[in-house]
Ligand binder design. Structure first.
Ligand code: NDP
Length: 514
């Protein structure tokens, strides 16, 4: 079943049976994790500064991927809910766009404080809705999302809004009402990387989070309310892409869509938004190469590459899922990769030892199994992992941390984004060949280079056609530009370039005396 069909199967009209739809609730297995999280307003939307009932009565079940059990019900909006949210955002725009920098700095800092106070609830909600290990939700997912409020404030504080060009004054102004549409794999961080900068710029917003992982964003809406965000400046309507997402993209009163999701979704969004010529910012899929140069420290580079490709259960747009190694070092790399994969603890996300939780859904599990099967069918060598669940896990959407070697660039596992813990090892003879393989993809989100020489790594980095290059697994700087080349997107987030995505440019000619 595709993700969309699976979601349709989970969606129903309020009042019909629920738990019976969730196929695995009867499956045997270990005791379920105590991941239930109370989200009081899950059946409501946040519009115009208030929690309001949905116009229609459709709801969807949210399931915990570790237990396959229902944990919440969320209302699914329609075009009328979107109209109400956009009207609230439009009404709030004239005053919010004219607030002072100081006002918005204080607002962002109050949001950060309120958010910090709810960090534990946010982490539990993320783990419950999409399965990230709780430790990872606490230490990485939640903190990365928080960093955007702080970084947006710092960016705003330092920003020069106007400049003079001859007799012309060039000024930047907030673009207007922004629709924010996001994926489920980093349910909060993908939202705050847009929202914090939109608010810093003076824009008003309507958020449609992923219907698969909406709970953490309902808590975020309450955080914003408690921080004193003025009515209409932030609005949230839950729903699916074809319904709420489409209505937002088509809406004539929305000035910009900032979208994070699949390349397929991004294309749909751009087509819909074209009818009203709004700005469309796209952060899309990836299939990133990790070039390990012959002069790299293999004992460090290989395990680091394996573990990074499994981060967030491999459900990461930046995942370095194509490891390119020199042919003469292949045997050594295979052994190092096997050992690294076999150390990964897969299991209950509530357990502090767990590094790999479940995939987000049955559809995602089936998709990953399909790719593992295709690797076997196309003749790649299975080095670790493989089909099925890890030993001892009888329910939950757990995949085995998998490594394939002797992968060739034409194989499906080398070309397509898998979005699961499946690493492909390819080999090269010359550096030029490695760079050509790395760039031979429709994607261009990230690239990784390992070398014992910084100069050598820099020269390879310069030849990669991707938006974010990591040398020797550099730390994930949250203020450097984030975004892709080619079919990985057309925009940048984070820091000053992310901020400027939410601005229009106005030239006032004759501003200065000639
Ligand atoms: P999807 O493209 O399926 O969905 C993303 C969002 O778009 C969801 O909220 C979805 O709604 C909505 N949507 C889907 N179709 C439409 C439409 N026609 N009009 C308007 N909105 C629509 O992606 P996933 O959620 O499955 O996320 C995984 C993908 O996201 C991967 O490809 C990954 O690489 C990419 N991604 C990219 C990142 C980046 O920064 N470059 C970061 C994280 C993920 P719903 O699903 O609720 O129906």
């Amino acid at each position: 079943m595709s993700a969309k069909n699976e979601n349709a199967a989970r969606r129903r009209t309020h009042g019909h049976s629920t738990a019976a739809d969730l196929k695995a609730s009867a499956a045997p297995g270990p005791a379920p994790s105590s991941a239930f999280v109370e989200v009081p307003n899950s059946k409501q939307f946040y519009i115009g500064g208030k929690w309001v009932d949905a116009v229609g009565n459709a709801v969807i079940d949210v399931a915990n991927p570790a237990t396959e059990e229902k944990i919440a019900e969320v209302s699914i909006g329609n075009a009328t809910d979107v109209d109400l949210a956009v009207a609230a955002a439009r009404a709030a725009f004239p005053s919010f766009s004219r607030t002072t920098v100081d006002f918005r700095l204080k607002l962002l800092r109050r949001i950060a404080e309120r958010y910090e106070a709810r960090q534990d609830d946010l982490a539990k909600a993320i783990t419950a809705e999409m399965g990230a290990p709780l430790q990872f939700s606490r230490d990485v997912q939640v903190k990365a999302a928080l960093s955007h409020f702080r970084n947006a404030a710092d960016t705003l504080q330092a920003y020069g809004w106007a400049s003079t060009l001859g007799t012309t004054r060039v000024v930047r102004e907030p673009i207007g009402v922004c629709g924010l549409i996001t994926a489920w794999n980093w349910p909060l961080m993908l939202v705050t990387s847009k929202l914090a900068y939109a608010l810093a710029a003076g824009c008003t917003t309507v958020l449609k989070p992923s219907e698969i992982a909406p709970l953490s964003n309902l808590i975020l809406a309450q955080v914003l309310h408690d921080a004193g965000v003025s009515p209409g400046v932030f609005n949230l309507v839950n729903g699916d892409g074809p319904g709420v997402g489409h209505a937002l993209c088509a809406h004539p009163d929305v000035d910009m869509i900032s979208f994070t999701g699949s390349t397929r979704g991004g294309i749909e969004v751009a087509k819909t938004a074209a009818g009203t010529v709004k700005r469309v910012h796209q952060e899309l899929g990836g299939k990133s190469a990790n070039i390990i140069l012959p002069d790299a420290n293999l004992a460090e580079a290989v395990p680091a590459g394996v573990l990074r490709s499994y981060s967030n259960s491999g459900q990461g747009c930046l995942a370095p899922t194509r490891m390119l190694v020199h042919r003469s070092q292949l045997d050594e790399v295979i052994e190092l990769a096997r050992n690294a994969a076999n150390t990964v603890v897969t299991g209950d996300p509530q357990d502090s030892q767990t590094r790999l939780g479940p995939l987000v859904s049955q559809a995602q599990y089936d998709r990953v199994q399909g790719y593992i099967q295709s690797g076997l069918d196309e003749g790649a060598t299975l080095v670790a992992g493989g089909l099925g669940r890890p030993t001892g896990l009888k329910r939950g959407y757990y995949a085995r941390p998998t490594v394939f070697a002797h992968v060739t660039p034409d194989m499906k596992i080398s070309r397509e984004e898998i979005f699961g813990p499946v690493l492909s090892i390819l080999s090269y003879e010359t550096e030029d060949e490695a760079i050509a393989i790395a760039n031979d993809t429709v994607y261009g989100l990230a690239g990784y280079v390992h070398s014992g020489s910084l100069e050598h790594a820099r020269s390879v980095a310069a030849q990669l056609r991707a938006g974010r290059i990591y040398i020797n697994m550099a730390f994930n700087d949250m203020i450097s530009p984030f975004g892709g080349y080619k079919q990985s997107g057309n925009g940048r987030e984070y820091g000053v370039v992310g901020f400027e995505e939410f601005l229009e440019i106005k030239a006032i000619l004759g501003y200065e005396a000639a």
